[in-house]
Each structure stands twice: as C-alpha cells, then as structure tokens.
Design a protein around this ligand. Structure first.
Ligand SMILES: *Cc1c(COP(=O)(O)O)cnc(C)c1O
Length: 833
C-alpha cells in the first residue's frame, strides 16, 4: 500500500489544476492516438480490436473521471445525506456505449472512429460483460445506480470485485457446460484501485472480556485471522448532467504479515502461499439464482462486503465528525439488496460499540434508523439461514451480537403477545432444531426501519404470508417499491433506431422522464407513423437474426412471430410450459392441422445453476426438441425452436428490441417482480403472461386489450394445491395427451432412453409446486389469441405502440424516486458542469 506521503508538507495545488477535456471529434482522435501508440504501445499492424477499444475507453474514462472528482467534491462540501446500496451482485454488462450515451458524445466518438477507419460497433463488441451477478437482482442494482446518478442523488454502490463473474455457458451435445468467466484477464480500464481506503476484516478467533483504562468493560474479538479489503472504484455517470457517482467493489487480499512460525522455520514459500486463501474470498461469484447452499466461503464473502463497506462509511464519518455519532443516522442510510448483506445489522453494532465505544442502546437506535431491507423472493429455498456453529466459528463476535439482538427482540415480542410461546419460537432469529440456524431475513427485518417488496403483489404476499408475524408487530415498516429498468440502457442505447424515431416524434424528454412516452399514443391512428413503427420493429428483428447468424448457422424468417423467453432457468419460471406449447405446435404440423397458420420462431435462452439438476435437464430437452423440429422438412418455416447460449446483459441488449412476444409465464405468486418483462415492453413487444409479479402492473398500465393474459391466479394456485391431479387433467385434454405421448415415447430422445423421465414425472406429480399442467390449456388458448392478433399487422403494430407508450412506470427513475422520497429521504445535489 502506498502509505508514504510527500516529503514536502503539501504538493502544489496545480498538480490537479487542469483545463477541461474537449468533447469534439478532434479531441477524441488526438487522445485515441496518444493512448493507442504510447500507453498501449500498438501500431497499425495490430489486428485486435481490443486495443482500439481500450484506447477509446481510456479517452472516454478521462472525461468521466473529470466529472467524478467534481461530483465527489460537491457532495463533500454540501454535507448532504447519503445512501449506500449494499449488494452482493452488480450485473453491469458493458460500460463503453453507456458512458458515451450519458456523456452525450456518441456522435462525436463515432465520427472520430470513422475518420480513423475503425468500426465503432466492433470496438463496443470487444468489451467483455462485467457479469458480477446472476440475473434480475444483480441487474436491478445496476439499473438503480444508473438512475441514482441521473436523478443526481448522492448514492454509492458497494459490492464485491469477483475475479470470475457469472460463468459463460456453452452447449455441448445439447447440455449446458460452464466455462469460467475471467473477465479481468485483459485488465479493466474503467476501474481505479484505491489502496489508501483499505480495511482490515477479521475472521475466526474468539471473544474475550477486557476492561479499558477507565474501567469500562469491553468485548474484544482476538486471535483472528485477518484479511484486507481493497476497494476498486468505477464511475457511474448520470445522463448528461455532470453527476458521476461511485460503485466501490472490494477485493480480498492477504495482510502483509507472515505466519511467523512458518517463516522462522524456513517455510518461506508456504508462508507466502497463505496469500492465496485470502484472495479466494472474492475469487468467484456464486452462480445460484434464488437458492442458497450454506457454504462457508459464501458467508465470508457476505461479511467482507458488510464489514468493509461499513468500516469505510464510518471511517469517513469519524474523519469529519470525530467520535460524535449524534447526527450519523440523519446523514446515512443503508439499503440491503436482499438478505445477502444483512450481517451488516450486527456489524454496524460491532463497529459502533467495540471500535467507537457506543452503548448498546445508542448503537441499536442508530442501526435501526439507518438500515433498510429489500426482499426479492417468496421461495422458501431462497431464504438464507446460516448454521449457528458456522457463524460461531467464523464470526464469533457477530454471533454474540445476534444473540443479544434476539434477546431484546423476543422481549419486545413477549410484551406485545404475552404468553404466546409459539409465536416467540416462530419469530426468533434463531431457528431451533437438530442444527440451530440464524434466520437472516428476520435479522434484516428486526434491524431495519423499512422492509420492502419489489412489486405490488409480492409486497402484499410478504405481509400476508412469509413475514405476517412481523407485519402484525410493525405494520408501518412494510412498503412496496415496484422494480424498473433504466431507459438509457434498455431503450436509448440498445434500440437507437427506435429511440431516434421516438425523439423525432415527441422530443427527447422521455430519456429522463419516461412518462413522456404516453404521447406516442396520439399516433396510433396515424398510418405513416404506424408503418414506420412496423418497419423499425422488423429491422430490429433482422438485426437479431444477423446477430444469431454470427453464432450459429440458422436461417430465421423475419416475418415469423418472434416468441422469446430469456431468463434464468428455474422450474417456477416454467420454461417447460413454453416447451409443451412448442411440442403442441409441432404435433399440429405433423397432423396437418395448419389452416390459417402463423409462422413462429421460439427463442429461448438462460443459464441454469450448475447444481440444479432439473433446470439443466430442461435445457437439454429444449436442445433435443430443437434438433428434431428444425431438421424436419414437414415443419420448414412454420416453426423454429432456437436455444440461444450464454444469455447475459449484452445479449439482452440485442434480443429485447427484436422480440414480438415476451413470455412471462411463471406460476402466479412465485415471480417477485421480473424486470425482463419491462425491457421487452419498453421496446414494443407484447406480453403473454400470468397474473404474477410486475406483469399485473404492466397489464394495468397497458390495458387488458393489449396484454395476453392466461393461467391460474395466485389464490387459485393455492386452492388447487390440496387436490391437484395433473394426470387427470392430461386425460381430459386430447392435445395435452398427444404432447405427453410424444415426450413419453422418447420422440425427442431416441438414442438417449429415459433421460427426460424425471422432467416428465415432475410435471405429472400431484405435488408439482409449479402446476405446469394446470395452465396448459389456458396458455394454448392465449397463444391462439396471440396468433390472431399477429395476423392483423395493423392491430399488432397498434398494440406494440401502446405497450411502449405505457411503459413509463417501469423506469428505475420512478422506482428510485420512490426509494429516495419514502425510504432514504435524499435531496438531489446539482453539479456545476
Ligand atoms: C433483465 C435480466 C434478467 C432478469 O430477467 P427476468 O425475466 O426478470 O428473470 C436476468 N438476466 C439478465 C442478463 C437480464 O438482463
């Protein structure tokens, strides 16, 4: 760490006194050449677009850093309240094109590159995705920090700098194979290492009682094995407003101390090798979406995030206010993205008490006034519980604090419901049983002043079900914040042709006020407008076809209905229901039942958690069916099924503009919100969906006529559970019988007997929690309505326009405004440009 300081007391201020950097074409040409030749040492013989990408990114990054410092200084001088978004995942995707858009330099840079004989698209495409997240939860964090910067809110993102992000997916013989994603192998031009803000993180050891010089008793956590957390900062620009916020990601490294025993025994190499264990902590993202597995390394990651981030914020506070925490809660707010960082509740207590000497009551008051928790799932398997024995071994002081929080909390419960011991056991932070466990969601609720769900239905179900006891105790803590997506990345940048047209028609205010899109509805009867809208949709489909062609040789018909389901593979998301419908269409073709046929391309993409057997089998099933259908001459153009490998942010940027139909078909009550649904809607796709998550709100906004609804409601799903009989349902439905027969006779696995038995049995089981069979008939009927609508081009175009026009609610600008007004209480801070 460069801890040494200048020998002169203070360097001359002029070392940072620079003229502002130009934003004209010529400025980028000059800077590009300088970086390309000198910093990167390349010449005209270099064949790789990567270095051109790097040279351009360095030039763009300079413009960000300039504004970044200005923002930092403005916040510091204003002494404003700040919020911190703590998240184990930030699924950022690529940075370059977003940075150019937000700096307002897209045009100038494109011209500069053109003059240099470079293809800007090729440079953009050579950037690897920053895939530091699994799916919706991580992408939400990325959209949130974009909106915070655009709304000029002083919010910092805190996360982990995984060396390996989300695995990359390849398909071998129809099956998912995971490849490590070494996204940092060529360096990362967007980050700046800041070793001067390193913090020490303790693990293991034991707790002892000590008495300080004034006779005050203290708990001390001693004999620990420490690691260091080193921050790497990435600039997060707002949309053309001078604000550049910070995403701070922690990397675990070894302390510079050696194991003295080993060292003196001459085991120098072994002693140095201990460094490895420390660096392992931030080595890899856990690739499990919505299910947990209790691994020690994962708890270490969570504590690293919580401890490093809180130490950072508290150190900054102490630097300005000394040990006076009187106003700390008025100036700071922590948003916990799911329970993953929820050990922060106990960690803030530890820092305030053990490091800064606050009493329990004061520390607890501060904690409960600064922590806010967002729940992301109702699935019981996703609720984190850590074994008490693991906690005691790894974080003994934290475990002690959690016990004490629990004791205070249970006393509060006992006061509220005297004699209700069952309730005490239900609500305890500690789950009793053969193995005692810490219920992290309960810790988060008890330690927070706000608990929110991510869509209306989800928030309601939390209050009525999962967290009912807590809702009864503290109804005012609970609230809803419906998710969104950033319209910069998910419309302006990913669909520039449509964005340009929209701006020509209604001006460009929509980019920062998405409700402006409503004005597009004025044009639904304007023939010229509709024709243009249709053409742009077809162009986007063609671009998607071309993109897929570069990956594998498949000819798709631009006039077919593009029916798209891309998201993580999970049984609750029901890719299987989609598959049953595809088999039904195939069966109709084979039977010659094709009167009035609508050609359809079904595109499916997504990753399965590596240990999720059923999800991986479903991927294999899709690939096998795809092989049969796409190679059957009877089928031809009528139906295609394509699995798109390695679904990720940069893939979605090409997929969502080119979709006609968005599949949002989860079992009602299981998808907390969904955000893929919003990206598709914004880009003019129509939704076929259940009454689940934000689908409900999408349908409310767009109107029943412009949404293809099907399926059981959440209530109906719960009622049916008691007498669900899928085998009988199959027997009652001839089409479904034929579909199941094709599956069961091995039509799609002729040379791999039995491999789909488990998949088939799961949907035929009366205990199938996802009730796929129950929604088949309703889904097929809704798909028929889709086809009828698609055959009427004018009608479809009109519906498409109405979808985009009514997507305003689903901007994260709206979501973040709600968080800021109702939870964080922040004021925007204007930045002088
Ligand atoms: C938006 C997005 C998601 C979330 O999709 P859902 O359909 O809401 O599950 C997941 N992964 C990526 C790469 C995304 O861009």
């Amino acid at each position: 760490m460069p801890q040494n300081t200048f020998t002169k007391s203070k360097p001359c201020e002029s070392i940072t006194d620079l003229p502002s950097l130009g934003l004209e074409k010529e400025d980028f040409i000059t800077d590009f050449k300088r970086y390309y030749s000198y910093r990167l040492g390349r010449d005209e013989h270099c064949r790789s677009p990567h270095y051109a990408y790097e040279a351009l990114s360095l030039a763009v990054s300079d413009r960000l850093v300039e504004r970044w410092k200005n923002t930092y200084n403005t916040y510091r001088e204003s002494d404003c309240k700040k919020a911190y978004y703590l998240s184990m995942e930030f699924l950022m995707g690529r940075t370059l094109s977003n940075a150019m858009l937000n700096l307002g330099i897209t045009g100038a840079v494109a011209e500069a590159m053109y003059d240099l004989g470079l293809e800007i698209e090729e440079l953009i495409e050579s950037e690897p995705d920053a895939g530091l997240g699994n799916g919706g939860l991580g992408r939400l964090a990325a959209c949130f920090i974009d909106s915070c910067a655009t709304l000029q809110l002083p919010v910092t993102g805190y996360g982990l700098r995984y060396e390996y992000g989300m695995f990359s997916q390849v398909i071998v013989n129809g099956e998912q194979v995971e490849r490590p994603d070494h996204w940092l192998k060529n360096g990362n031009v967007w980050e700046i290492e800041r070793p001067e803000y390193t913090h020490r993180i303790k693990f293991g050891g034991r707790v002892e009682q000590s008495v300080n010089e004034r006779g005050v008793k203290r708990r001390s956590w001693v004999d620990t094995t420490d690691i260091l957390a080193v921050p790497y900062d990435t600039p997060i620009p707002g949309y053309q407003n001078g604000t550049v916020n910070t995403l701070r990601l922690w990397k675990a490294t070894a302390t510079e101390e050696f194991n003295l025993e080993e060292f003196n025994a001459g085991d120098y190499a072994e002693s140095v090798a201990a460094k490895n264990t420390a660096e392992n902590i931030s080595m890899v993202l856990y690739p499990n979406d919505a299910n947990e597995n209790g691994k020690s390394l994962r708890l270490q990651q969570q504590y690293l995030l919580a401890s490093a981030s809180l130490q950072d914020i508290v150190a900054n506070w102490v630097g300005r206010h000394g040990n006076n925490f009187t106003h700390f809660a008025e100036k700071n707010c922590f948003q916990l993205n799911d329970t993953h960082p929820s050990v922060a509740v106990a960690e803030l207590m530890r820092i305030l008490m053990d490091t800064h000497g606050l009493k329990w009551a004061k520390a607890w008051e501060i904690t409960r006034q600064t922590m806010a928790y967002t729940n992301h799932t109702l699935l019981p398997e996703a609720l984190e519980k850590w074994s008490v024995s693991l906690f005691e071994r790894l974080l003994p002081r934290l475990m002690e604090i959690i016990y004490e929080i629990n004791a205070h909390f249970l006393a509060e419960v006992a006061l509220h419901w005297p004699g209700d011991n069952e309730r005490l056991a239900r609500m305890s932070l500690i789950e009793e049983g053969s193995e005692k466990k810490v219920r992290m969601a309960y810790l988060a609720i008890v330690g927070s002043f706000s608990v929110n769900g991510v869509a209306e239905l989800h928030s309601k179900l939390l209050q009525e079900g999962l967290f009912k006891d807590f809702y009864d105790l503290w109804p005012d803590k609970f609230n809803n914040k419906t998710n969104g997506v950033t319209p910069r990345r998910w419309l302006a940048a990913c669909n520039p042709e449509l964005a340009k047209f929209i701006t020509e028609m209604i001006g460009d205010k929509w980019i920062t006020d998405l409700s402006e899109l409503k004005k597009l509805e004025n044009f639904v009867n304007d023939k010229k407008f509709c024709k243009k809208w249709y053409e742009l949709q077809q162009n986007a489909k063609q671009r998607l076809i071309d993109y897929k062609k570069t990956e594998f040789d498949i000819d798709l018909n631009v006039n077919a209905l593009f029916d798209v389901q891309v998201k993580r593979f999970h049984e609750y998301k029901r890719q299987l229901l989609n598959v049953l419908h595809v088999i039904h269409l195939y069966d109709r073709i084979k039977r010659g039942d094709t009167e009035n046929w609508t050609d359809r391309c079904v595109l499916i993409g997504g990753k399965a958690a590596p240990g999720y057997y059923m999800a991986k089998r479903i991927i294999k099933l899709i690939n096998n069916i795809s092989d049969v259908i796409n190679n059957d001459p009877d089928v031809g153009e009528k139906l295609k099924l394509v699995f798109m490998p390695n679904y990720r942010v940069s893939a979605m940027e090409k997929i969502c503009p080119g979709a006609d139909l968005s599949e949002q078909i989860s079992t009602a009550g299981k998808e907390a919100s969904g955000t893929g649904n919003m990206k598709f809607m914004m880009n003019g796709a129509l939704t076929i969906g259940t009454l689940d998550g934000a689908n409900i709100e999408i349908r409310e906004e767009v109107g029943d006529d412009n949404f293809f609804l099907f399926g059981l409601t959440e209530d109906e799903v719960e009622d049916l559970r008691h007498h669900y009989d899928p085998v009988n349902m199959i027997n009652q439905d001839e089409d479904l019988q034929r579909v199941m027969n094709l599956l069961e006779c091995g039509h799609f696995n002729q040379f791999e007997p039995g491999i789909f038995d488990d998949v088939i049995n799961s949907i035929k089981s009366s205990g199938d929690p996802w009730m796929t069979i129950a929604d088949f008939r309703s889904f097929v009927n809704a798909q028929k309505r889709v086809e009828a609508a698609y055959q009427d081009k004018d009608l479809w175009t009109r519906m498409s326009i109405i979808n985009t026009a009514n997507s305003g609610k689903f901007s994260t600008d709206r979501t973040i405004k709600n968080y800021s007004d109702e939870i964080w209480n922040l004021e925007p801070v204007a930045i002088s440009k």
